[in-house]
Design a protein around this ligand. Structure first.
Ligand SMILES: [Zn+2]
Length: 390
């Protein structure tokens, strides 16, 4: 019995060996034939190349596309493969701003669907990782490591409904604003009031950037829009609030005044546009406020500068020093907030014990150039860098 079995076993083993040799010879022949075809006919027929690799599982499409911005917060994510798939053993990971977040997953033929359990948050970066072998085809052949990420649409709120204006009417400014989905959204909302754009979730260092308090000073609003479009889709280390058009009405009408008053002298009057901004800075508990302006030739200060006071918030002096150095601007430090410019946004904010600075770039009223925008932009970055946000 044993011998017979043994003999049978040996025979089977030998047959298997023969079979393997035959298969090896056949496949070698196929490979060399395929190689020949490739060399001789590669310009004529690419399908033979593709046909020889279609057995491997690959991703053919991702929606939203990798690196997308302005993605709707109710979006369902779909990953399409080149053949029907099923779940295998590896992990699938879904993250919001780097932190694990829960999701539902399902497969319909060649499409993997990922649906966040909670609605996605505006202004966040979401990422998906398919670890090796998390998904396989019906033969058990697994997917290779894959990762993708996208950004949801930025949050835009209106902080003051009395100030709305059509920014597109200021053709000089509008001409310098990058025409993006986000820009259009902000400009459209500015028609009903003062828009504020938020990057980050309120954690980390928080900063408020203000531009357009004076509607005839154009470099800062253009720089703020440049910054907004730059930050869109990027992970921000902290929270950046940006008001690109403090008084859209004034920008649309190319004037520095608001109801006959200088808006940068009435921040201490309840309900004024700048007073609303001071209260917002308090509500958000920002660590610093930067108010960005421009100054005419021969005016005060009449040069690229960072202005601050030392009392009561000495840190505003440190911030202005940093910005001045970083952006190549002059440092102008007054001693006590509210003395030289009572009612200025910077002064009233400092008196409310939030460090605040004013930045000026040299530019005549209702004029604009790339050079002046970039100087204002650099001053804004000085503020962000001081706070460790980049
Ligand atoms: Zn100004």
């Amino acid at each position: 019995m044993n011998n017979l079995l043994n003999c049978d076993y040996m025979f089977k083993k030998f047959s298997l060996f023969l079979l393997l040799i035959i298969l090896a010879v056949i496949s070698l022949g196929t490979v060399s034939a395929a190689a020949n075809n490739t060399i001789q006919y590669s310009n004529v027929n690419h399908s033979q190349n593709i046909a020889s690799t279609t057995n491997s599982l690959v991703i053919t499409a991702v929606d939203p596309k990798k690196g997308s911005i302005n993605v709707a917060i109710n979006k369902t994510i779909k990953i399409k493969f080149n053949q029907p798939v099923k779940f295998k053993t590896g992990w699938i990971v879904f993250r919001k701003d780097g932190k694990l977040t829960s999701f539902y997953k399902s497969i319909n033929s060649e499409i993997l669907t990922i649906k966040p359990v909670a609605q996605m948050r505006k202004g966040s970066i979401y990422s998906i990782v398919l670890h090796t072998n998390s998904i396989s085809n019906n033969n058990g052949s697994g997917v290779a490591y894959f990762s993708t990420s996208f950004a949801t649409a930025i949050n835009i709120d209106i902080i003051n409904h009395a100030t709305g204006g059509d920014i597109t009417k200021n053709t000089l400014l509008y001409g310098y604003i990058q025409k993006t989905v986000l820009s259009n959204d902000i400009i459209s909302k500015a028609k009903i009031g003062t828009p504020i754009i938020t990057f980050g979730d309120g954690n980390g260092p928080r900063v408020l950037i203000v531009a357009g308090v004076h509607g005839n000073e154009l470099p800062a609003p253009a720089a703020a829009m440049k910054l907004i479009n730059y930050l869109n889709g990027k992970h921000v280390h902290g929270t950046v609030y940006i008001i690109p058009f403090a008084i859209p009405y004034s920008i649309a009408h190319k004037t520095r005044y608001w109801h006959g008053q200088d808006p940068n002298r009435i921040a201490n009057i309840a309900g004024s546009p700048t007073n609303i901004i001071v209260n917002l800075a308090k509500k958000f508990r920002v660590m610093a406020l930067g108010d960005f302006h421009s100054s005419i030739q021969g005016g005060v200060p009449g040069k690229d500068s960072a202005l601050c006071t030392m009392i009561p918030m000495y840190s505003s002096y440190r911030i202005a020093s940093y910005i001045a150095k970083y952006s190549g601007s002059s440092l102008i430090a007054d001693k006590i907030a509210g003395k030289a410019y009572p009612g200025a946004l910077e002064d009233v904010t400092n008196l409310n014990r939030i460090p605040a600075v004013t930045c000026e770039v040299l530019a005549n009223h209702n004029t604009l150039s790339m050079n002046r925008i970039n100087k204002s932009y650099k001053q804004m970055w000085g503020l962000l860098k001081y706070l460790g946000i980049e």
